[in-house]
Design a protein. Sequence first.
Length: 229
Amino acid sequence: MLGVLCATVILVDVRRHPPEMVIMGRVWPICALFGTVAVVWLYFRYGRGTGEPSKRSKSESPHAGKAAERQPFPVIVSKGTLHCGAGCTLGDIMAEWLAYALPVAAIVFGWHWLFGEKTCAVWTLDFFFAFGFGIVFQYFAIVPMRHLPPGEGILAALKADALSLTAWQVGMYFTMGCVQHVFQASFGGRAPVDSVEFWGAMQLAMLGGFVTSYPMNWWLIRTGIKEAM
């Protein structure tokens, strides 16, 4: 509930103060679903737009790049990590509900014929969705900034975000596995997808993803492989 409230606060404010980079207007509310008040604080402190709606991308604004350079580097890395995490979060949410509503999706991704545990198959589906959304998010950030044609944009997005989102998913899987193990030991079963407990665990898992992806984003941005947000 707190995550939804925080996401709503940012959504309302983004309409009045759109960020220079359009895709970040989607990133902030999605990440507020798990980062709650910490993401709200980061948004209002470092991510809020000027208040003048604009269709220009960051690369088309003469001051947007300089604004990013003036921010502390750990903040720049945090924004880049959240940018990656937004795609992962959206992908994981959609994949979990898809596997819940259509169990055949888990079978397609290995349940019974490759994995004995349904969880492993669903996590494979999670990765597929998260990777897809993550690359899309990166594409719409990197193409306007570098003025790349579609083909080069896809390759650049893969180069910039593949390691980052993989690191995120590893942290998410590890944290979710630990929390579900606690549920198993304490209550005799894992929290189901249609429970408050599951999505509370998912919030913690996304924070785990942020922790494991942050160092990777630090390196990617420092070396220029990934653009500063």
